[in-house]
Structure formats: structure tokens, C-alpha cells
Design a protein around this ligand. Structure first.
Ligand SMILES: Nc1nc2c(c(=O)[nH]1)N[C@H]1C(S)=C(S)[C@@H](COP(=O)(O)OP(=O)(O)OC[C@H]3O[C@@H](n4cnc5c(=O)[nH]c(N)nc54)[C@H](O)[C@@H]3O)O[C@H]1N2
Ligand SMILES: Nc1nc2c(c(=O)[nH]1)N[C@H]1C(S)=C(S)[C@@H](COP(=O)(O)OP(=O)(O)OC[C@H]3O[C@@H](n4cnc5c(=O)[nH]c(N)nc54)[C@H](O)[C@@H]3O)O[C@H]1N2
Ligand SMILES: [Mo]
Length: 786
């Protein structure tokens, strides 16, 4: 029983409202066919895990099974609404091909076994590598989709117990740039803005963010403002004709790979227009004069020459941004997944600093997250950074963390920046990284240059552990596969993109012998017998709530302060935004309201990096630049993309998402309604490019880059000429596993084509700029053999 057709209309009916008013409630729900609300025996509070929006929901349970979901009306984030992935995605939990027992590789094949056998193999390998090669032989690659308690436990094991610096999340592919851009500008990670800024803004600008398809509920909030009195103006920067672009007052479609040039042009025009808050700049920032000098040559005409966006449109956008009285900006993968990602994202922060638009209702920046708990990966240090946004280059921060963990400071690796995922992969390729434990991510589909990734995962020298719900493309390479429990089957907290913490509770038992990720990590720590300085257990918690309590202490006094939060409070209140402390028991809606940043040299998470080379700055440089903890305005010149179009590869390939699927589809591909809505890959191209290649809508085309090729039917859209788009959701398999085309058919994964290359500052891979060519294969036929 659904109360609306969210497949056909992901956003649902309008509930218009005006500036400063409260966003009306609208409750969305979906129950299994033949089930009515009266059949539901229990409603269990949770929050969504198929995007970063943090929509609060209740899970409907009947006879020990999940039978549906309902949005929670009183929650600050969604006011009852849910998007299509959340309304249908829960069905994947009960998919018949869930992993229910551990698997180990014996005689080349994966065979079922018991937990003791599987864990003992992992522990024996860990011990042997520690003895023979030291902690740098061990690496952990986790995700943005577990719970806070799980990341924190993993970070304590890796950093405080084993002493390896090789711990990162797939957040590297996702929001590493969000974190880095926030560190560069404000000294520390942490989202300044709040979703409620949508209620107040008179201009909303989306930079490389297709919010309509990737955060459908937040987009409903924008649509409701657009439908109400005194609607905001919308600025959209994206080369694709997304629903955001269609709704925009001004849509700029830059050539991919030119975001920084466009931002410099916009900042030039904002400065030229005199739309500056001089008092704010003088009181709260450093670096303005450098920015002014750097963007001086970036006239609208000069910018047009680089970005291929008409100068008149750049002036028009600058006038809208400059005229805003309450400006909300969001930034996401269109900026983060290209070269000069951090430099471009930082310019959005600069726009707000120039205009003094931070920390007031309607004045916010959302350097967005993508995954449901990417924020927690970063807070807890499972992205390699130190937990609690501590600065690895600040000995006092390391000493404080060592006190919290009761270990010697030297045990915590902090001799250099943490190892990023792409570097870990390289170490595995070279053979120095010899055990990789992958949890909650599917790198055999989601990492760039898949042919290389497969070769690395298949190496004999690499002992691969994969902890997942299904036998994914990645799990097929594993030496040990651990069956995990997931959302709805385990309890934990997760923090969304606007710092809202939710508790998501266990509703049903996991299938078979599957175990919560937390229990698996706790088991590993216990089997390794990790100890603190006094011989006590290093990991001294035993379940989600006690893990949360340990994290609360670790976060105390840091920007992401959870000390005022508890499970009972979250149960009672629903979502609460950190910092939440004794002084701020209701949480904190906006950071930096008082113009005070976490950027003083003794407090900051990072001394910053050179945006062009990525080299970390020294403490002395930072003290000289920013002694008093102001916001830092950082400037950078545009550089051409590393792989510009050539005569041979004249097009630019960008990749990304569609509304109905989540990533590698392990969940959404197992929800019949979602899979039916987008069953297979396609390539999007402009009519001029189609005509040049003799391609008609629906023809089978081949897209190739220097790395490989993909075949897909063509869709002709209003995308910017010269640009191709491929959704990256489609690996070898459809679901249930094994029912899809498989490795013997023509490849369809976008990452067959993407390069091994990353932004120098954030180390985020480039999924949105590659030189490509296109040819017509013929009319679309059933998938043919390779
Ligand atoms: N339906 C759905 N929702 C999701 C997800 C999902 O898989 N499916 N995943 C979640 C996650 S983890 C993430 S990270 C987010 C991602 O959310 P988004 O960043 O919104 O999604 P993408 O499709 O990766 O990128 C979208 C935008 O990038 C623009 N773009 C491409 N190249 C360029 C460029 O060179 N310059 C500019 N300015 N724009 C460019 C496109 O036009 C498009 O507007 O979505 C989250 N929500
Ligand atoms: N070409 C291209 N590539 C991209 C992107 C792009 O835009 N273009 N976007 C990048 C981005 S932003 C992201 S976030 C990544 C996403 O890439 P991945 O993280 O590889 O994608 P998912 O399919 O979400 O993989 C999550 C895995 O975790 C499993 N899982 C889910 N819940 C749990 C749980 O509770 N416990 C455990 N142990 N496992 C669980 C799922 O079954 C699945 O196999 O892709 C990146 N790759
Ligand atoms: Mo992401």
C-alpha cells in the first residue's frame, strides 16, 4: 500500500510555504502489498541510508519481518517525507541471496564455514603480517554507510591498536572534498549551514549538485518554496539538463573541467559589482586581497573563453548571487569529482565570506555529503584523519587522543597525512599492502579504472576480506567473506549532511548467521587481545550504546561535540544537530553564527594545503597566516584538466546517478519497483553529437576512453554538446546475483572508462572529466557476447 506513485513522481504533491514559515508536514509511507497500517505490530525508529539527507522514518514490523516504512512527521529533517529509494529499498533486506554464513577460499573456491574459522583466518593473517612486515602491511577500506559506533571502533582498532595509517573510507570517492574545502576555509570539517536555511533563503545556488535526484526530500522542500509566496531565485551550475537546471532562474552549463575558472569569473563579477560585506571581511577573514588579485584577470569574457558559458550569463548569475540577501549554497559531485575539486569548492565558501553570509537563517553553505553516514566516517577518523577532527600535525591533539584511548602517543600513526584509498590501492598493487579489509563498499564497481582494480583485488599477494550483505563483484575476489547485518537489523547512530544525528534501531533479526558490523569489529579486537597502556582492553565497549558513550567522550570539547547526546535523548527527540553539549542541550542549528571559527592554530583540524600541489602547510606557515582563528580566503588559478578532449577522443565523459538507484545497486537492484524503473545502463548525449555520429535515439553505441569501452543504448537529451553522461550504477551483475549479463558480455560499468587520477588537495578521484569517443554499433539488440 503506497500513498503516492513515487516512481513516476519522486517528489510528490506540493505543500507550498513562504519565507520564514515552517515547512508543512506530509507523511509518505509504503507498506507491502496486502498490508494495512492495522496489520503493523510495531513501528521501529530509524533513518534512511540510501543518501545523505537523513530522512527520519519508522520501520513497520509484522511477525518479525519488515513490511514497510513511514516517514516521521515530527522530525526536523523531512517533516514526514520519504523518497522512492527509501519507500522501496527496504525490500532488499529480505532478498533470498543475502549472505547468511561466512565464506572462506579453499582450493580456489569460496566455501561456507563458521564464524570461528573465518575470524581465526583473519586474525592469524593479521598476526603473521604484523610480525613479518609490521602494521603497514594492513589496510582497511570502509564506507559512508555503516553507523558511527562501527567507524569509531574500527578507527580505534586501526590507529590505536594495530598502529596502521592505512584506514580510509569510500568517502574518499564521495566527500573528501567537502571535508577538505571546509578545513581550508574554516580550519575544520563541519557543515556551517542547516537544511532550514531553505526556509529563509532568497537565493539558492546549487554547484554541481543534482539535488532533485540525489536528495529528493530536500528538493521537495525547495519545490515547496518555489510554489509558495516570494519564492527564492535558483542558480544551477551543471552541464546536464537535470531537474534542478530546468527549475533554475539562471543555469550555467560549463565545460566539464572548468569549475574553478567559472567560480573565479563569478567572484570577479561579484567583486566588480561591489557586492561585498567589507565589515565582515575585515573582522572575520584573512586572505581577501590575494583573492582579489587572483581573480582580477577573470573577466566574464575571459571566463567565457575557458568555460564556454556566455559572459552575459555569468554577469546575470553574479547579479543574482550578489543581490541575494539570504544566500544558501550547496556543492556536490559536479565539483568534487573533477580536477581542482577543492580549489573550486573553496570558492563557494569564499562567495559566502565575501558577502558575509554565514551563520544566519537563510545564509549557509552545505558542502554536501552523499552517503548516509559519511559525516561519521570523517568525525570518527575512519577516513584516516584522527577522531574528533583532531589535527595529526598537532602533537597536543595526538597526546589528547592518546589520553582518551590510554595508549602511548607514539602508537598512533601521525608522522604524515593519512593514507588515502587510491594510495592504499597502489600499495596493494606494489605488494607492500598485503591484507585489505573492505567493509560496506563495492570497489570492483565504484573505483576508477576497473580493469586495474580487478587485477589488484585478484593479486595472490593480497589477503582480501570483504564484509557485505551480498556476494558482490568485490566479494567474489575475497579470501574471506563476512556476512553483515544492516539497517533495520542493527542499532546505531548516523549523522546527515547538516549535522543532524539520528538513532536507527534494530527492527528484525538479521538472516542466518549475519552479524552487525560492530559485533564483527569487536570480535576482531577481542581475538587480537588489543590492550591499552595499563593492560586493560583497548576496546572496552560491548554494544552500540556503550560504543556511543565511548565516542561521546572522545568528541568532548571538539567541534563535533556529542557530549550532550545519548540514546534516550535521541529516542525522545528524533534528530538533533551537533554540537550538542550541556550548554547547548538542543543542539546547534548553524555553526559560526558569532563569526568564531574552529580555525585558531591550536584548535584547527588542519594547517591547510596548497590547493594546486596538495602539499600540506607547516604549523609555522599557518600561525603566520591566521594567528587569530579567522576564516581563510584561499585563491587558486584555473589549470586545464589533465585529460582534455583531443582529435582522437573529442568528447568529455561525465558519470553520476539516477534517481531510482543507489550506487552499485546492491540494495535498489533488489527492490523490484526500483529495478524496473531503471533496469539497465544508457548513455546520454546531445543531438548535435548524435547527428555527427549517425546515432538515433535507442541505438547501441560504444563509448571508449584510453582505459576501455562500454556499450549502451543512446538517449538524446539537452545535455551540453560535447559531453556524454553514463550512470555508474551497473556492474556485471543484475540481482539477485548471477542473473545479470555477467563478465562475459560487453562491459557496461562506467568505471571501465574513468582514469586513475585525483584532486591534489582532497585526493578525491576524478569521475567527471575524461576524454572519450563515441561510435554507433547498431540498433539496440539483446546484450551480445564480448
Ligand atoms: N538516487 C540517488 N541518490 C543518491 C545517490 C545515488 O546513488 N542515487 N548517492 C548518494 C551519494 S553517495 C552521493 S555522493 C550523492 C551525489 O549527488 P550528486 O552530486 O547530485 O550526483 P551526481 O550524479 O554524482 O552529480 C550530479 C551533478 O554533477 C553535474 N556535473 C557533472 N560534471 C560536472 C562538471 O564538470 N561541473 C559541474 N559544475 N557539474 C558537473 C551534473 O550535471 C549533475 O548535476 O548522491 C547521494 N544520493
Ligand atoms: N564513475 C563513478 N564512480 C563513482 C561515483 C560516480 O559518481 N561516478 N561516485 C562515487 C561515490 S560518491 C560513492 S559514495 C561510491 C559508492 O561506491 P560503493 O560504496 O562501492 O557503492 P555501494 O553500492 O553503495 O556499496 C556499498 C556496499 O556495502 C554493502 N552494505 C550496505 N549496507 C551495509 C552494512 O550495513 N554493512 C556492510 N558490511 N555492508 C553493507 C552493500 O551491499 C554494497 O555492496 O562510488 C563512487 N564511484
Ligand atoms: Mo558518494
Amino acid at each position: 500500500m503506497a500513498d503516492r506513485d513515487s516512481i513516476a513522481d519522486p517528489w510528490g504533491a506540493r505543500t507550498p510555504y513562504g519565507p520564514g514559515q515552517r515547512w508543512p508536514v506530509r507523511v509518505d509511507s509504503h507498506l507491502a502489498a496486502g498490508t494495512g497500517e492495522e496489520d503493523v505490530q510495531r513501528w521501529v525508529p530509524a533513518a534512511s541510508v540510501l543518501h545523505s539527507n537523513g530522512d527520519a522514518m519508522d520501520i513497520a514490523v509484522r511477525d518479525g519481518r519488515i513490511v514497510g516504512v513511514r516517514g516521521r512527521a515530527r522530525d526536523r529533517v523531512n517533516h514526514g517525507r520519504l523518497g522512492p529509494k527509501d519507500l522501496f529499498g527496504w525490500q532488499a533486506n529480505a532478498s533470498p541471496d543475502r549472505l547468511t554464513r561466512p565464506l572462506v577460499r579453499d582450493g580456489g573456491r569460496l566455501v561456507p564455514t563458521d564464524w570461528d574459522t573465518a575470524m581465526d583466518r583473519i586474525v592469524a593473517r593479521t598476526r603473521r603480517l604484523l610480525a613479518d612486515a609490521g602494521p603497514s602491511a594492513l589496510g582497511f577500506y570502509t564506507t559512508g554507510q555503516l553507523f558511527l559506533e562501527e567507524y569509531y571502533t574500527l578507527a580505534v582498532i586501526a590507529h590505536g591498536g594495530l598502529g596502521t595509517a592505512h584506514l580510509d573510507g569510500n568517502t574518499r570517492l564521495c566527500t573528501a572534498t567537502a571535508a577538505e574545502a571546509l578545513k581550508e576555509s574554516f580550519g575544520c570539517d563541519g557543515q556551517p549551514g542547516s537544511y532550514s536555511d531553505i526556509d529563509h533563503a532568497d537565493v539558492i545556488a546549487l554547484f554541481g549538485h543534482n539535488m532533485a535526484e540525489t536528495q529528493t526530500v530536500l528538493w521537495s522542500r525547495v519545490l515547496d518554496r518555489l510554489a509558495g509566496p516570494r519564492p527564492p531565485a535558483l542558480v544551477c551550475v551543471a552541464p546536464r539538463p537535470t531537474p534542478v537546471a530546468r527549475a533554475a532562474t539562471v543555469h550555467l552549463a560549463p565545460l566539464p573541467g572548468t569549475n574553478l575558472a567559472l567560480m573565479n569569473g563569478l567572484l570577479h563579477a561579484v567583486i566588480a559589482g561591489g557586492w561585498l560585506d567589507h565589515d565582515y571581511l575585515a573582522a572575520y577573514t584573512v586572505g581577501f586581497e590575494e583573492l582579489r588579485a587572483r581573480v582580477a584577470p577573470c573577466t566574464p569574457e575571459a571566463t567565457e573563453a575557458v568555460c564556454d558559458v556566455p559572459a552575459v550569463e555569468i554577469r546575470r548569475a553574479a547579479a543574482v548571487l550578489g543581490g541575494a540577501r539570504r544566500l544558501l549554497s550547496t556543492v556536490l559531485q559536479g565539483f568534487y569529482q573533477s580536477h581542482q575539486a577543492t580549489a573550486a569548492a573553496v570558492q563557494v565558501n569564499n562567495l559566502h565570506l565575501l558577502r558575509g553570509m554565514l551563520g544566519r537563517p537563510g545564509c549557509g553553505v552545505l558542502q554536501m555529503n552523499g552517503q548516509p553516514s559519511a559525516q561519521n566516517t570523517r568525525e570518527c577518523g575512519a577516513n584516516g584523519d584522527l577522531p574528533g577532527f583532531r589535527n595529526w600535525a598537532n602533537d597536543a591533539h595526538v597526546a589528547e587522543l592518546a589520553r582518551v584511548w590510554n595508549v602511548e602517543p607514539e602508537r598512533i600513526p601521525h608522522y604524515g597525512p593519512p593514507t588515502h584509498a587510491m594510495r592504499m590501492l597502489r600499495y596493494a598493487e606494489q605488494g607492500s599492502l598485503r591484507m585489505l579489509w573492505v567493509s560496506g563498499t563495492n570497489p570492483a564497481v565504484s573505483l576508477p579504472e576497473l580493469a586495474r582494480v580487478r587485477a589488484i583485488l585478484a593479486r595472490d599477494s593480497l589477503f582480501l576480506v570483504v564484509q557485505d550483505l551480498y556476494l558482490t563483484e568485490t566479494a567474489r575476489f575475497a579470501d574471506v567473506v563476512l556476512p553483515a547485518a544492516t539497517w533495520g537489523e542493527k542499532t546505531g547512530t548516523l549523522t546527515n549532511a547538516d549535522r543532524t544525528v539520528h538513532l536507527s534501531e534494530k527492527a528484525v533479526e538479521p538472516p542466518g548467521e549475519a552479524r552487525p558490523d560492530l559485533d564483527i569489529f569487536l570480535d576482531y579486537a577481542a581475538r587480537l587481545d588489543l590492550r591499552d597502556r595499563d593492560g586493560g582492553p583497548l576496546v572496552h565497549w560491548h554494544d552500540a550504546e556503550s560504543a556511543f558513550a565511548a565516542w561521546r567522550e572522545c568528541s568532548r570539547g571538539r567541534p563535533c561535540d556529542y557530549s550532550g547526546l545519548s540514546y534516550p535523548l535521541l529516542r525522545e527527540r528524533g534528530g538533533v544537530q551537533w554540537p550538542c553539549t550541556a550548554d547547548r542541550p538542543d543542539g546547534t542549528e548553524r555553526l559560526y553564527a558569532d563569526g568564531r571559527f574552529f580555525s585558531a592554530p591550536d584548535q584547527c583540524e588542519s594547517y591547510g594545503r596548497d590547493l594546486v600541489t596538495g602539499a600540506p602547510f607547516e604549523e609555522t606557515d599557518y600561525r603566520a597566516l591566521n594567528p587569530f582563528g579567522r576564516a581563510v580566503i584561499r585563491a587558486a588559478d584555473h589549470l586545464p584538466p589533465h585529460e582534455p578532449p583531443t582529435a582522437d577522443h573529442p568528447l568529455v565523459l561525465v558519470t553520476g546517478r539516477t534517481v531510482h538507484h543507489f550506487h552499485t545497486r546492491t540494495k535498489t537492484g533488489r527492490a523490484p519497483e526500483l529495478q524496473a524503473a531503471a533496469p539497465d545502463v544508457w548513455v546520454e548525449l546531445a543531438s548535435a553529437d548524435a547527428a555527427a555520429a549517425g546515432v538515433a535515439a535507442g541505438d547501441l553505441v560504444e563509448v571508449s576512453t584510453a582505459r576501455g569501452y562500454v556499450r549502451a543504448p543512446a538517449r538524446i537529451t539537452g545535455i551540453r554538446p560535447g559531453v556524454l553522461f553514463l550512470p555508474f550504477h551497473y556492474g556485471y551483475w543484475d540481482t539477485p546475483a548471477g542473473s545479470g549479463p555477467g563478465p562475459d558480455t560487453a562491459p557496461r560499468a562506467a568505471n571501465e572508462l574513468t582514469p586513475t587520477d585525483w584532486d591534489p588537495a582532497s585526493k578525491q578521484p576524478l569521475f567527471k572529466t575524461a576524454a572519450a569517443r563515441l561510435r554507433r554499433v547498431g540498433p539496440t539488440a539483446p546484450r551480445e557476447a564480448r
